[in-house]
Design a protein around this ligand. Structure first.
Ligand SMILES: C[S@@+](CC[C@H](N)C(=O)[O-])C[C@H]1O[C@@H](n2cnc3c(N)ncnc32)[C@H](O)[C@@H]1O
Length: 330
């Protein structure tokens, strides 16, 4: 894939992006009550093995740190943990390719102790000291080609191996099989558009990479194998099933119900939601059988839940009810 100057510019000129990341409306109900909660839970799994002795610090490298959302999530998590009786001191370094992002992040958090943001390109950045956790959030790795991701992960694995230290690596990417872009399911890299930005003139297409968990695991395993770094375990999670931001824009799947807006209205006590609109009615694209199977199960569970909620309000929805598994009920 040839990268044109326009595409490079989109990565480096991030003034619209900075505005978007700082805007109030970006922090909608789904982000705050579902996605951030879930991201903190993932971070918690990543830091769990590092219960530090008093005085020792949890060393974190946040890749593609942007305006510092990862730091905010992490510091919120650590203050929650503190309340629960565990204590972590933080040594945090956020890196980002965009000077505007780094400047904004430093303005916001640069005066917090042991917190720094630096301008660096993860594709070429050499790592000179060990970290316990190599963090990412907000899909920075999707800005890289598949090969560049392999290269960046190889550098991380090399760093971990050189220092003979155990570490956790959180790799946040765009999921290939999201209902927001079923017509694109056949491709794993395409010209994505962040048309949910608030400011005008920002709907530039950017080439982004999309991953199934199998593909991502393969890239991660290859990077580790290339430097002889043993991997203890892989775990995969999806933060935004059914509620990705592009369900609201309809940009890549115009017929899709605006599920994110609908769930946001559910989370807002001032608004009423027509529950029948929440039913999962999505024409899927071409995907491996296990993906289609997941959506068949997910939609039958989800629709049964919507039916039950509607019944409580005296509304009858035509849905074949199924028995819900314990993980859905709890
Ligand atoms: C969608 S933003 C996420 C920012 C932040 N982590 C968050 O959750 O809000 C992705 C970030 O990755 C950065 N990025 C893209 N390519 C990069 C590269 N090669 N090296 C470092 N950062 C990069 C972008 O500048 C952008 O700030």
């Amino acid at each position: 894939m040839k990268v044109t100057p326009k595409q490079i510019e989109t990565v480096y000129d991030q003034s619209n992006a900075v505005e978007h990341y700082l805007s109030e409306s970006r922090r909608d109900g789904v982000k705050v009550e579902w996605e951030e909660l879930f991201s903190r839970w993932v971070f918690k799994q990543a830091i769990a093995p590092y219960s530090k002795e008093k005085g020792e610090k949890l060393r974190v490298l946040d890749i593609g740190a942007g305006t510092g959302d990862g730091y905010l999530l992490l510091s919120t998590l650590l203050s929650e943990e503190w309340e629960l009786g565990s204590s972590y001191d933080l040594d945090y370094l956020g890196v980002d390719i965009s000077a505007q992002m780094v400047e904004t992040a430093n303005e916001l958090y640069g005066n917090h102790s042991n917190v720094r943001f630096e301008c660096a390109d993860i594709r070429t950045r050499q790592l000179h000291r060990p970290f316990d956790v190599y963090l990412s959030c907000g899909v920075p790795y999707s800005h890289l080609t598949h090969d560049e991701l392999g290269q960046a992960l190889k550098m991380i694995a090399e760093n971990a191996c050189e220092n003979r230290e155990r570490c956790a690596v959180v790799v946040d990417v765009l999921g290939r099989y999201s209902i927001e872009w079923t017509p694109k399911w056949k491709e794993s890299r395409w010209d994505y558009c962040m048309s949910f930005f608030e400011s005008e003139g920002d709907a530039e297409a950017t080439w982004m990479s999309f991953y199934s968990h199998e593909h991502l695991q393969k890239v991660m395993q290859q990077a580790a194998d290339a430097v002889g770094c043993p991997v203890e375990k892989f775990e995969f999670f999806d933060r935004s099933i059914m509620v990705g931001r592009h369900t609201s824009t309809g940009e890549f799947n115009p017929g899709l119900p605006q599920y994110r807006d609908l769930v946001n209205s559910l989370l807002d006590p001032e608004l009423e939601t027509e529950l029948r609109q929440l039913l999962f009615q999505v024409e899927l694209g071409s995907a491996p059988e296990y993906i289609l199977d997941f959506f068949r199960k997910f939609s039958s569970w989800w629709n049964s839940l919507v039916r039950e909620a509607a019944a409580l309000l005296g509304e009858s929805l035509v849905v074949d009810p199924v028995e819900l598994p314990p993980e859905v009920l709890h």
